[in-house]
Design a binder for this molecule. Structure first.
Ligand code: BTN
Length: 249
């Protein structure tokens, strides 16, 4: 299909000192652009997280960006794709900085249980037909702004000194584009084993709220579609991404 990039084609790059949200700007550009794009900001006035949460900024200290793919039409579920973004972050920061980042289902990145990065995947257009993919990433590089009472961390805290953000951004986006190509060809199944290896909560007692129901059980990792299995009283229950949250209990 047409969205598979044989070679990585040039990216349209948009840079803003301050902006509402890189996801919102990417959405506007994707309405008219037919080129993959990257929107980067030093600060966001309306940064958003999953489940209606806010994403705080710390001017020029972190990475706030959105990778946009026009005319995406993967047959594969998008559930796996958002897991893939978190896994790619983990692999890139661990390989380039020697830190010990892990994934948390569905698409958070943690170091020692504290939040290092978050991913917000959205679409523009019609999920049944052609749509554009909006992949927003917030990565705490040299600062860890806190929102609410969640424990947060930064790469600098774990690495010991300040980190060059552009090099990290290039390494990540490059790897993400390769992984998305593979995802388009083979789906999430090529990544589920690796995802489970890097899962911060695998085998742990967790609590998940799904559609008003609270499930408590042992986390058994994700299947080839990115669906999380939780063992509740000896039975496996499937949990889908989207508007759900998981915590250790
Ligand atoms: C989460 O953990 O809930 C997801 C956080 C995603 C934050 C990033 S920052 C860049 C992009 N623009 C936004 O408004 N949100 C995402």
């Amino acid at each position: 299909s047409n969205h598979i990039e044989q070679k990585l084609s040039p990216l349209a790059l948009y840079y803003f000192p301050s902006i509402t949200s890189t996801n919102d700007i990417a959405r506007e550009y994707l309405k008219t652009s037919d080129q993959p794009l990257l929107v980067v900001a030093e600060h966001q006035t309306g940064g958003r997280g999953r489940r209606g949460r806010q994403w705080a900024s710390c001017y020029a200290h972190n990475l706030l960006f959105t990778y946009g793919v026009p005319r995406f039409s993967a047959m594969q579920g998008l559930e796996g794709l958002s897991l893939l973004v978190g896994l790619t972050l983990v692999d890139v920061v661990n390989a380039s900085l020697g830190v010990d980042a892990k994934v948390k289902w569905p698409n958070d990145v943690l170091i020692n249980g504290a939040k290092l990065a978050g991913v917000l995947v959205e679409i523009q257009g019609d999920i049944g037909g052609d749509y554009s993919l909006i992949i927003g990433v917030g990565l705490n590089v040299n600062e860890s702004p806190s929102v609410g009472d969640r424990e947060v961390t930064s790469l600098m805290k774990n690495f010991g000194r300040a980190i060059n953000r552009s090099e990290l951004l290039v390494a990540f986006v490059d790897q993400l584009r390769r992984n998305i190509n593979l995802f388009c060809l083979e789906g999430f199944s090529s990544f589920s084993g690796r995802w489970n290896e890097m899962d911060a909560y695998r085998g742990c007692q967790v609590q998940v709220e799904q559609g008003g129901e609270i499930l408590v059980g042992l986390s058994r990792g994700v299947n080839a579609n990115g669906v999380l299995d939780i063992e509740v009283e000896g039975e496996l229950r499937s949990v889908h991404g989207g508007e759900v949250s998981l915590r250790a209990v």
